[in-house]
Each structure stands twice: as structure tokens, then as C-alpha cells.
Design a protein around this ligand. Structure first.
Ligand code: NAD
Ligand code: WQD
Length: 336
């Protein structure tokens, strides 16, 4: 059985669905600090398969041990953690405690139960601002500008150390680029608690009328239209990447770092235009000052994922816009 931590969250819920559809046995845990159990209720309906999920905090070792006692877990896909860059600057201790200490606790319990396979949610943020795109996995990391990014960098290093100490341990460290979109059913999707920090949920909430207009953070970057370029990837493509990654973790040992991106860059204004075109809606926007810490361009070299996992992203930017809107327009208040 595969344990999915943070399984109720945005990427976790889509990955649970993909795993169930691939016929895998799945259990999920989440402390619901940034999600609602309704997401997994809907996953069960979509997959037409019940599966166990429970409320547990990563940092609660007793609760984790109970989960490992109840289920025969051979691999963990580890999503649980806090992810808001700005908040991490205000609350570094919460981020180091949740992300770093939580993962250390999880690894200790895995060790005690002889579970030696992990797929870990890392982030393109570990590349920092010093590397040119397309970003390849062998580029230097560590020059991260915020505590959230540093937790991802530290956890990559910790997992490499665990692999070095135990030759049977397998860790697949997936560096995601910018996950967007939703399952095509429109039943599950991204449900930010407050005003969204990220571009696509912000655009969707403007389009649905929850927010009045988008602030485009800077149009004086060194890019063709002056706005920032990112590698947006459909969350269902990301989910299928995890199905491949956990299969890969079963047949290899050691630490492997793999980008999950499309290899294509899209600017803020291109994404706004694609959203309007794909959905026939207007997204009012105004140019605002740059957001501190943003880089001009960030996109993946996606060759390693194709070579090693046999995975490439299939969905277009228009698909991403259509599915984001499908979810948002059917669920204007998210899971509430
Ligand atoms: P999310 O917040 O939707 O999901 C994370 C889940 O973990 C939530 O359901 C939350 O309740 C849970 N959680 C948090 N702390 C926990 C704890 N201590 N114990 C148990 N559960 C806990 O975020 P997401 O977008 O699905 O991201 C999943 C992972 O991918 C995170 O580790 C994130 O850092 C990483 N990541 C996300 C992005 C992105 O843009 N969404 C990009 C790169 C990496
Ligand atoms: C995308 C582009 C903004 C909002 C963040 C994290 C990163 C990773 C993914 C977890 C940029 C512009 C945004 C808005 C805008 N998460 N923008 N107006 O910053 O690439 O990455 O999420 O690991 O670590 O930093 O994503 O969606 O916030 O921004 O103009 O209201 O949209 O300037 O160019 P980002 P984003």
C-alpha cells in the first residue's frame, strides 16, 4: 500500500485519484490545516473506490506509528507541508517545524517499519535566482531566498543523506514547476484558504467575480512582453508523474532528482489571454510593481523525466485554463 501524506491537498488529492485509477492500494493522511476532507470524499466517488484516509499530523509520531501499524505501507508519497512563500518569511519556525521536523519524524517512523521508498514534493524554488532556464537537475541549488524554499532545499539534502546511510533506501525528489488546473470533472481543484498568492487561482477568482482585478506584478522584466515567465503544468499531468515516480522508486535505490515541468514558458499576459480565449470570460488586470523575490524566467528542462520515468506532460496551457475555470465556476466557494 502507498501512503500519501498531505493527500487531501491540491496535488495530493489529484495524485490519490491517479493512483486509484492506476489500480494502486492507497491510504492518505492529512491534518487538514490547508484542506477539507470533502476533497477525498469526492476522490472516492470519482474513482468509484473507497480508501482509508485519516486525520493525523506529521509531527505526531504516535499517530504516524498507528497508521504504519494499521496498513502494510511499502512506499510513501510525501506532500504534507506548508507552502506559502510570504507566510514563511513571517513564520519561519512554523515552516521549519512542519516541513523539516515533520519529515524527519516521518522518516524515523518509516525506518522503524522498514519502509524504504519515498517520493518527495520538492520545488523549482530550490534553483533560486542564479540559474538560467531551462533548468536542469544538475544545476547548483541552495541560493534560496525564503524559508519555505530553504525547507525544500534542506529536505533534499536530508533525504540524500538518508540514502547515503542506507543503500536500500530509495528517494525520488520531484521538483515541481507551477502546478495549475484541476481534474477534468471539475469536482476537485485548488481551494486556497485566503486571497490566492498564485497566479492561476487569482485569475480564476477574478473571472468568477470573487476578486475585482488581477495585479500583474511587473511588466519591465527581460522577457518579450515584460511580464514574468513560468512553466505551468497541469495538476493531472503532475499526478500521473507521481504514479510513474512511485513505480520507479520501487525498482531503484538512492536519491534521484527529477524536474516535473512541461519545458515551456508562458508569460503572465499570455496566461491571462489564454484564460480569456479558452473560457470566453474577461479577466480585468492592472500593471503593478514587481513582487519582491520574483525571478524573470523559470522553466524546466524536462528531458530527465522522459528518460527516466517515461513521462512527459500531455496537457496544453488551454487545457489548464479550461480545467481551472471548470472547477472554479462549478465551485465558486471551493469545497465550502
Ligand atoms: P496543499 O496545501 O494543498 O497540500 C498540502 C497538504 O498537507 C494540505 O492538505 C495540508 O493540510 C497538509 N499538511 C500540512 N502540514 C501537515 C502536517 N504537519 N501533517 C499532516 N498534513 C499536513 O499544497 P499542494 O499545492 O498540494 O502542495 C503539495 C506539496 O507540493 C507541498 O509539499 C508543496 O510544498 C509542494 N509544492 C507545491 C507547489 C505548488 O505550487 N502547489 C509547487 C512546488 C512544490
Ligand atoms: C507566477 C507569475 C508572478 C500572482 C510560487 C512559489 C514556488 C512554487 C510555485 C511551491 C509570476 C505573477 C502572480 C499575481 C502576478 N510553489 N503573478 N500576479 O512565484 O512562480 O511560484 O508557486 O513550491 O515556490 O514561489 O508562482 O503563481 O505566484 O506567480 O502577476 O497576483 O505570476 O509575478 O511572474 P511563482 P505564482
Amino acid at each position: 500500500m502507498i501512503l500519501v501524506t498531505g493527500g487531501c491537498g491540491y496535488i495530493g488529492s489529484h495524485t490519490c485519484l491517479a493512483l486509484l485509477r492506476a489500480g494502486e492500494e492507497v491510504a492518505a493522511l492529512d491534518n487538514y490545516s490547508n484542506s477539507k476532507p470533502e476533497a477525498l470524499v469526492r476522490v472516492q466517488k470519482l474513482a468509484n473506490r473507497p480508501f482509508p484516509f485519516e486525520e493525523a499530523d506529521l509531527r505526531d509520531e504516535t499517530a504516524l506509528r498507528r497508521v504504519f501499524e494499521q496498513h502494510q505501507i511499502h512506499a510513501v508519497i510525501h506532500f504534507a507541508g506548508l507552502k506559502a512563500v510570504g507566510e514563511s518569511v513571517q513564520k519561519p519556525l512554523e515552516y521549519y517545524d512542519n516541513n523539516v521536523a515533520g519529515t524527519v519524524t516521518l522518516c524515523r517512523v518509516m525506518r522503524d517499519f522498514g519502509c524504504k521508498r519515498m517520493v518527495f514534493s520538492s520545488s523549482a524554488t530550490v534553483y533560486g535566482s542564479g540559474n538560467p532556464s531551462p533548468l536542469t537537475e544538475d544545476m547548483p541549488t541552495g541560493q534560496v531566498t525564503n524559508p519555505y524554499g530553504r525547507t525544500k532545499y534542506m529536505l533534499e539534502e536530508i533525504l540524500k543523506d538518508i540514502c547515503a546511510a542506507d543503500p536500500e533506501f530509495s528517494a525520488v525528489l520531484l521538483r515541481y514547476f507551477n502546478p495549475v488546473g484541476a481534474d477534468e470533472s471539475g469536482q476537485i481543484g485548488e481551494d486556497p484558504r485566503d486571497i490566492p498568492n498564485n497566479l492561476m487561482p487569482y485569475i480564476s477568482q477574478v473571472a468568477v467575480g470573487r476578486l475585482s482585478r488581477l495585479a500583474v506584478f511587473g511588466n519591465d522584466y527581460d522577457t518579450p512582453d515584460g511580464t514574468g515567465i513560468r512553466d505551468y503544468i497541469h495538476v493531472s499531468d503532475l499526478a500521473s508523474g507521481h504514479v510513474k515516480a512511485v513505480e520507479y522508486a520501487n525498482r531503484q535505490t538512492g536519491a534521484r532528482i527529477i524536474n516535473l515541468g512541461t519545458g515551456r514558458g508562458t508569460s503572465v499576459l499570455e496566461l491571462v489571454a489564454a484564460f480569456e480565449r479558452a473560457n470566453g470570460v474577461k479577466v480585468p488586470y492592472a500593471i503593478s510593481p514587481r513582487r519582491p523575490g520574483d525571478v524573470d524566467v523559470c522553466y524546466a528542462n524536462a528531458d530527465k523525466a522522459r528518460r527516466i520515468l517515461g513521462w512527459t506532460a500531455q496537457m496544453s496551457v488551454d487545457d489548464m485554463c479550461r480545467d481551472s475555470w471548470h472547477w472554479q465556476s462549478q465551485n465558486p466557494e471551493g469545497y465550502r
